[in-house]
Design a binder for this molecule. Sequence first.
Ligand code: ZN
Length: 312
Amino acid sequence: MNKSLKLIAISGLMIFIFLSCGRGTEKSEDNNEEGRKLQIVTTTTMLTDLLKTIGGDKVEVEGLMGEGIDPHLYIASAGDVGKLSNADLIVYGGLHLEGKMTEVFEKMKEQKKSVLNVGELLDKNQITMEDENTPDPHVWFNTELWAKEAESVANELSRIDGKNKDYYNQNLEKYKIELNKLTEYVKKRIKEIPEKSRVLVTAHDAFGYFGEQFGLEVKAIQGVSTDSETGARNIRELADFIAERNIKAIFVESSVPKKSIEALQEAVKARGKEVKIGGELYSDSLGDKEHNTETYIKTVKANADIITDALK
Ligand code: ZN
């Protein structure tokens, strides 16, 4: 290679390096721009409602999962990954709730995104384990654990947006009062059911925390994830249990197909007993405006009403 060719090659390489370095700094840090709302991306409808409640008019919240979507089976689309990459804060339930999104959250952490796993911050002693490796992720159905998650959200918002700390804490305090009222309401309603009939049978095991807090025995066809098997054996055993205990009603769930609960109803019939379908409960998703169930508080109230009216 002669001298001038070498020079051309070297300068070409320099230009290439210069251009590639420039690309990395193109994105400017504008997170602290005055008046700009924090961009938050959440997974479930429960978390979307929580972030809107605590963040109020300081935040813009986008939930990836709409109403009626099952978080256990949800797979992030390319569009979702783009939304997560552009967010100031990502909030998810954790405890394997969004089981098929784990890798995406890991990737976001690698990008040094603010990622809040609300389940991880709860006291381990308050988490029910299905087996050694499987926590029950449906913690929102215990109103006290939900208040703890609300606290984690207020803390995180205050951390990344310190100037509005008082605002977030005021919203948290107001919300806690509402949650206390909700707890009293649910307690009062469940007490209307005769003690021996306080049994909640659903498609998947989403109501363990609810049952524990409000004194209902809980049974389900599938385990804590809808990803688990729907065994014929589970249906047989549950049908025996329902027939033996003369349980009046079993419940379908808004985010799970009705099939398995209908099969259970048939199996009870085959044992010479009638069990009705008591209604559709909201398990892993909130409802909507049309049904007056678009918030967490309204949804939990609606569940308590459906359960009580069918079992009392
Ligand atoms: Zn679930």
